[in-house]
Design a protein around this ligand. Structure first.
Ligand code: SAH
Ligand code: SF4
Ligand code: F3S
Length: 514
């Protein structure tokens, strides 16, 4: 399939009518010079089959583009964005650019953005303000905005109007077009905008430069079809598309062969993995059962939607080994009424039943979650149900958020009678419980010996090493630098609310709590 065919079905405005560049010779590359996003189009779920490609290559004429130039990418948001950054870094390197870790050195700066809450977006607008002076000092610097915010019409309009220092905006479905977008940005005086509202196909052979040599992200699916009423992700990431199992298994095997110790399988809703396959019946349980047999010590997955967490997956996870006994299971609210308005499609009771089943099958499982407080019209009683559910499940950690209206989502249109002070106060009360439970869970580790995957020196003290347990607890400990990248046994001597301190030991000398 060529680029033109690939573009079919995309929302394409051939060129900015004010942009004379499209008439030039290289116009074949710039069919989508000005393709603004549309949330309405993004909502449509096409019936057409997802096509898989292995034909990505950097056009020859672009190969020297990066010679003598450096790139810098700042990443906001979730692991999906972290991993997209690794792909973009791979493309930059393929173009001959070198990486740099300071904006002052960079010839291209990209902000890979997150749209999940208003404050995530405000950080990016703030950063664009800070970077403005660099554009003045270095007129040939390219400044780009990509990631989830680019998929929003309102953001693109705001940048067009207010942040004219930006040279290019491209969307989450346009990452493979980075070479073309960069080339156009070098040639054009206009802001280059290429944001496909509808997702593209799955491209398997995009290059990547991974950030670390110990842990790796592996996408298993893209997009989300759940449309929880508060959430922007189904609009910014398109419909659910699963990668073929053989591609994922091959990637994990390669990572194992390269010495990686941990992989995290990524998707917005990994439990829906495989539902879009038409030719095979194959789900997350099947995939995990295969990956379990690969010689890689640790396998995580995120994020699980409670609704699609099936019994077969539980059975497979119960086999343990490299499948870790840590389940991140976002609940969002403990109130069935609120869950209904959120369109989460499970009740409090169904969620608790799922937790019960997982605990029965995996007795030492640890649960963590995501919670939103202050949903439109959330009552004190409904909030209390969230607190009581937290206690009932006994989560060991949680990401907690105040509801943030996202333009274009159904919840953003709801009347809301909960004042911001009340929302803030609920968040504080919830966080007090979250801290209490984390501290309680940590205390149990005192005197125990745990397995730690050592990631490097501790941030605050280079004489101390830091790493994570199977259940993702941060451990700081004294040990030899040679331990970095290894899984070692550490005896816990001190438990804090969010981390553990310990000493490396040769042998297991106590019953492990993990
Ligand atoms: N796909 C994942 C969540 C991805 S977003 C899942 O369904 O579990 C990560 C978290 O951000 C969500 O779990 C939710 O708690 C929070 N979130 C999403 N939209 C939000 C909004 N509009 N306001 C506040 N928090 C939000
Ligand atoms: Fe958003 Fe819901 Fe999809 Fe998670 S499952 S990404 S919260 S719409
Ligand atoms: Fe943010 Fe997009 Fe991830 S909105 S949370 S970066 S999918």
């Amino acid at each position: 399939m060529n680029e033109k065919q690939r573009l079919e079905g995309q929302q394409v405005v051939t060129a900015n009518p004010t942009d004379k560049k499209s008439e030039k010779d290289y116009s074949k590359y710039f069919e989508t010079v000005f393709t603004p996003p549309s949330l309405k189009d993004a909502k449509k779920r096409g019936k057409e089959e997802v096509k898989y490609h292995n034909d990505f290559n950097i056009p020859e004429e672009f190969l020297g583009m990066g010679k003598g130039r450096k790139f810098y990418i700042r990443t906001y948001g979730c692991q999906m964005n972290e991993h997209d950054t690794e792909v973009m870094a791979g493309i930059f390197m393929g173009l001959g650019y070198e990486p740099t870790d300071t904006v002052d050195d960079a010839n291209v700066i990209l902000l890979n953005t997150c749209a999940i809450r208003e404050n995530a977006e405000n950080k990016v607008f703030g950063e664009l303000g800070h970077l403005k002076h660099l554009k003045k000092e270095k007129p040939d610097l390219l400044l780009g905005v990509c990631g989830c915010m680019s998929q929003e019409e309102s953001v693109v309009n705001k940048i067009l109007k207010t942040y004219t220092q930006v040279d290019m905006i491209f969307g989450t479905h346009n990452i493979h077009r980075l070479p073309n977008i960069l080339q156009e940005a070098y040639m054009s005086k206009e802001m280059v905008i290429e944001v496909w509202s509808k997702e593209g196909d799955v491209i398997e052979n995009l290059p990547k430069v991974r950030q670390g040599k110990i842990k790796a992200w592996v996408n298993i699916m893209y997009g989300c079809d759940k449309f929880c009423t508060y959430c922007i992700v189904p609009y910014t990431r398109g419909k659910e598309r699963s990668r073929r199992p053989e591609e994922i298994i091959h990637e994990v095997r390669q990572l194992a062969a390269q010495g990686y110790k941990e992989v995290t399988l990524l998707g917005q809703n990994v439990n829906a993995y495989g539902k879009d396959f038409e030719d095979i019946k194959y789900g997350l349980g099947d995939l995990m059962d295969e990956i379990r047999k690969i010689d890689i010590p640790r396998v995580r997955f995120t994020t699980s939607h409670p609704r699609d967490f099936d019994d077969y997956l539980i059975d497979v996870l119960a086999k343990g080994g490299n499948l870790l006994e840590h389940i991140h299971l976002p609940v969002q609210s403990g109130s069935t009424e609120v869950l209904k308005i959120m369109a989460r499609k499970y009740t409090r009771e169904q969620y608790l039943e799922l937790v019960r089943k997982i605990k029965a099958a995996i007795p030492n499982a640890t649960f963590t979650t995501d919670i939103i407080v202050g949903y439109p019209n959330e009552t004190e009683e409904q909030f209390q149900e969230t607190l009581s559910l937290y206690r009932e499940v006994g989560y060991e950690a949680a990401y907690t958020f105040i509801y943030s209206p996202r333009e274009g989502t159904p919840a953003a249109k709801m009347q809301d009678n909960v004042p911001m002070e009340v929302k803030k106060e609920r968040l504080q009360r919830l966080n007090a419980v979250v801290n209490e439970f984390s501290a309680e869970a940590m205390k149990k580790y005192h005197g125990q010996t745990v397995e730690v995957l050592v990631e490097g020196e501790s941030k605050n003290n280079p004489d101390v090493l830091a790493g994570y347990t199977r259940k993702n607890k941060l451990v700081n400990f004294i040990g030899p630098k040679a331990a970095i990248g290894q899984i070692v046994k550490v005896k816990i001597t001190d438990a804090k609310t969010w981390s553990l301190n310990g000493e490396m030991v040769e042998e297991l000398d106590a019953v492990e709590v993990e």
